[in-house]
Ligand binder design. Sequence first.
Ligand code: TRP
Length: 470
Amino acid sequence: VIDCVGGATTMELYEQLTAQGDKVRSLKTAKADKADVDAAIQLLLKLKVDYKEVTGQDYKAGCPPSGTAVSNDRQSENGGEEDTVDPWNVATNSAKGVDYDKLIVRFGSSKIDQELVDRIEKVSGQKPHRFLRRGIFFSHRDMNQVLDAYEKQKSFYLYTGRGPSSQAMHVGHLIPFVFTKWLQDVFDIPLVIQLTDDEKYLWKDLSLEDCHRFAEENAKDIIACGFDVNKTFIFSDLDYMGSSPEFYRNVVKVQKHVTFNQVKGIFGFSDSDCIGKISFPAIQAAPAFSSSFPQIFKGRKDVQCLIPCAIDQDPYFRMTRDVAPRIGYPKPALLHSTFFPALQGAQTKMSASDANSSIFLTDTPKQIKNKVNKHAFSGGKDTIEEHREQGGNPDIDVAFMYLTFFMEDDEQLEKIRQDYTSGILLTGELKKMLIETLQPMITAHQENRKNVTDEMVKQFMTPRPLNFNF
Ligand code: TRP
């Protein structure tokens, strides 16, 4: 084994990796500080990426590097370790991304199978959104119950949200909103969008005023997705909490029914976390109850809520569903999405704090082109000859993954998958298709956002009745 990276041979890298894996496990066993565990995991992931770069193979515990190809078995790719998925961290060792089927088992949710997709089509009378057709929204809780009720003319409402931690939103942030907009259109129902400026103040090193300002700035990007002002209420926690007695009453009810021990178990809080964090989950729970919005639901407390969100938010809503019956409310139903992978690979999600991992909604066509070409992790082969002969691997290819999110035409996408796998389509050509899909999409978003005035933001964010009779 003679390849070198930064002076280290593959064997040295392999040994470093093995040692780092041991370190992560022992830190976890010792229940070490979360920050220390996270740092160790980050290093582990970085070493794995280096290793793969040098060897062209995934690191496999117990199998030192060799010239022979290793199997792509997921269990061994992960070295037997669990993926990390919580509201603050997403990390896996697998280049294919988080194992979502395992997550369903771990979280105790249900898979969105073909039968449910068909049923959504039947009840809504619309072709299912590509996110449903392609398993991007892949898990749910109680969606059948929502559809049963809807078929009996019982309405429901949508609730989603965003933590406004910066001005900079990236394409991954749009996923839940794009899907929520589709749900709102096909079911014709009210939508509430929570901007948790309070949450970001509690968790990040930001001033209250900055968080509040980010909420209003982010609201513009959300509005630019095309929501109907007559059917949508967007609120900042910092503003709405103080102005709505009904909302605050629900927060307090939740607070009374969840113990410190429970949130410790669910969120991993420790004795040194500020009490704001410890009580925050009650604030994310409250919008799941219709009585938190008397102006919309005329005081009704029994309107069923459906929450589209990324799966990392599930801990909040497991807690919410657990308290709901004890305070006399229906449990919210949920639709969970997968994560939007970072440019560098599906081991983690796109993160606004790492500029090179993200395509921002403010990027120019040129920036998009450069980032995709330079940073998008490729499942292609090193040389054209090899690629033509062996073909690429779309399962780990970020450009292909992004196309599954954004390319509407199923047949075109399937053809790309086949051509890439067979080697007819080269990495550069695949990236070009992605660039040509992203550029007009982002430009259109920027146009839409430019047309969102402060006055419109104010309208969306004013508590008021919506165009529904409850
Ligand atoms: N906590 C979420 C975040 O940091 C924001 C959020 C609040 C949310 N309520 C929600 C997300 C409901 C999805 C659904 O992004």
